[in-house]
Design a protein around this ligand. Structure first.
Ligand SMILES: [Zn+2]
Length: 59
């Protein structure tokens, strides 16, 4: 099953919500964080995917 957990960019605060995806970067709604390409970057600040932190660990 896909992990639909939200992830947060620790640099700019952007939240990746799997239910929303990141359409501007070609990530359709319903895409789990694990299914994002490794070369995806934060749409706001350009942080790498590995920089993102799980929402649960931040809040
Ligand atoms: Zn960011």
């Amino acid at each position: 099953m896909a992990d639909m957990e939200k992830y947060v960019c620790p640099i700019c605060g952007y939240v990746y919500d799997p239910a929303v995806g990141d359409p501007d970067s070609g990530i359709p709604p319903g895409t789990s964080y694990d299914d994002i390409p490794d070369d995806w970057h934060c749409p706001y600040c350009g942080a790498t995917k590995n920089s993102m932190m799980s929402f649960a660990s931040v809040c």
